[in-house]
Design a protein around this ligand. Structure first.
Ligand SMILES: [Zn+2]
Length: 347
C-alpha cells in the first residue's frame, strides 16, 4: 500500500520553490536581502518549517526529515549567492555603459604651461646669462634700510614720494618697491667684481587701472674697475636686440634717480612701427621702458666699496611691460586675470 505523501515535506518543498522564485526576481540587492531574510537563515520560514516537520515526524524518521530540510536550506543559500553575484554584474555593466564609451579614444592630459611673464623673465635671464650676469634674489618683505636708505634715500628724501609704499604695520618692514634692495644685499655679501641681475616681484600702492599693485621688475648691476657709461649702453643695446630683434635700437635720455649719477631713462625704438610712429609710441617712434645710470658713490659708501677704485652701472625695467611689448598684449590687466583664452596662446 503506497504511503501518503508527508505533509511536512510538501510544505518545505513548496516554500523552497516560492523562495527561489522570489530570490531570482529580486531587482535590487536590498530586495534580495529582504527575501533571503524572510526564507533563509536560522530565523527564516524554511528553517521554521523544517523544525516543525522534524517535531511532527515519527521518531525513526526525524533524521531523514532533517536531512531534507538541510538540503533545502543549502539550496536557498546557493540561490541567494548566485542572485547577489548577478545583480553585481548587472550594476557594473550599467555603470560602464553610463560612464565609459569604450569605443572612444582615451582622453589626453592637457599639460600646464608657463605664464607669458614667466616666458619673458626666462628669456631675459638667458640673455643676461650669456653676458656673464648671474642671478640674485632677495626677500619681498624688506627693511627700510635695504629698500631706501642704502640706496641714498634717507627718511626725509623727496624721492621716496615717487614710490607709494606698502608698509607693514608697527614695524620697520615694507613690501619692496623695487628690486634694488637685492643689489644692496649682493654688494654687502660680496666684493667686486659684481655682475648680477635681480628679477622679482615688487609692490606699489597704485590704484591706477593701467597699473597693478604687484608687478615684476628686473635689475642689473655691474661693478668693476673702469666700468663706463658706454658699457651700460652696450649691454642695454645687446639685450634689446636679443629680446626684440636685431633692428631694435636704444635711446638714453638724462633723468634722475637717487641711487645713480648720472641717470638716464632708456627707451626702445617702437617694436610695433619700427620708429615710424603709431598709437603705442604716441607717434614718437620710441617706447619708455626703464631707468639706468652709473651707481652713485653714496651707495658704494653704504656697502663699503671703494668708489675711487670701482665704478658700476645699474639698470632696471618692468618684466610685465617687456612681455606686453614682445607678445603684443595691450592691457596689463590681461596678464593678471588668469583668462585661459589668453594664457593658452603661450604654450
Ligand atoms: Zn610705434
Amino acid at each position: 500500500m503506497p504511503q501518503a505523501p508527508e505533509p511536512e515535506k510538501l510544505d518545505v518543498v513548496a516554500l523552497v520553490d516560492t523562495a527561489e522564485r522570489e530570490l531570482a526576481a529580486a531587482a535590487t540587492e536590498q530586495a534580495l536581502r529582504e527575501v533571503h531574510a524572510r526564507y533563509g537563515g536560522r530565523e527564516g520560514a524554511i528553517k521554521r518549517a523544517v523544525q516543525a516537520a522534524i517535531n511532527a515526524a515519527p521518531k525513526d524518521r526525524k533524521r531523514e526529515v532533517g536531512q531534507v530540510g538541510n538540503a533545502a536550506l543549502q539550496r536557498i543559500e546557493g540561490a541567494f549567492e548566485a542572485r547577489l553575484r548577478s545583480l553585481g554584474d548587472e550594476a557594473r555593466t550599467r555603470d560602464l555603459a553610463r560612464t565609459v564609451d569604450v569605443t572612444l579614444p582615451g582622453r589626453s592630459h592637457r599639460p600646464g604651461h608657463l605664464h607669458p611673464i614667466t616666458h619673458a623673465r626666462r628669456a631675459i635671464e638667458r640673455i643676461f646669462a650669456q653676458l656673464g650676469f648671474t642671478l640674485a634674489t632677495g626677500p619681498q618683505v624688506e627693511t627700510d634700510f635695504h629698500n631706501f636708505e642704502a640706496l641714498a634715500m634717507p627718511p626725509d628724501h623727496p624721492a621716496r614720494d615717487m614710490q607709494d609704499t606698502f608698509y607693514l604695520a608697527n614695524s620697520d618692514l615694507l613690501l619692496r618697491t623695487h628690486t634694488s634692495p637685492v643689489q644692496i644685499r649682493t654688494m654687502l655679501a660680496q666684493r667686486p667684481p659684481v655682475r648680477v641681475i635681480c628679477p622679482g616681484t615688487v609692490y606699489r600702492r597704485d590704484d591706477d587701472p593701467t597699473h597693478s599693485p604687484m608687478f615684476h621688475q628686473v635689475e642689473g648691476l655691474l661693478v668693476d674697475e673702469q666700468v663706463t657709461f658706454a658699457d651700460l649702453k652696450g649691454v642695454l643695446l645687446h639685450f634689446a636686440r636679443a629680446f626684440f630683434g636685431p633692428a631694435t635700437t636704444v635711446r638714453l635720455r638724462p633723468s634722475f634717480f637717487p641711487f645713480t649719477e648720472p641717470s638716464a631713462e632708456f627707451d626702445l625704438s617702437c617694436v610695433f612701427c619700427a620708429g615710424a610712429g603709431c598709437r603705442t609710441c604716441k607717434n614718437t617712434g620710441w617706447i619708455e621702458v626703464g631707468g639706468a645710470g652709473m651707481v652713485d658713490p653714496e651707495v658704494f659708501r653704504h656697502v663699503d666699496y671703494d668708489s675711487e677704485r670701482y665704478t658700476g652701472f645699474a639698470f632696471g625695467f618692468g618684466i610685465d611691460r617687456m612681455a606686453m611689448l614682445k607678445y603684443r598684449i595691450s592691457d596689463i590687466r590681461l596678464l593678471y586675470e588668469g583668462d585661459h583664452r589668453l594664457l593658452e596662446q603661450f604654450p
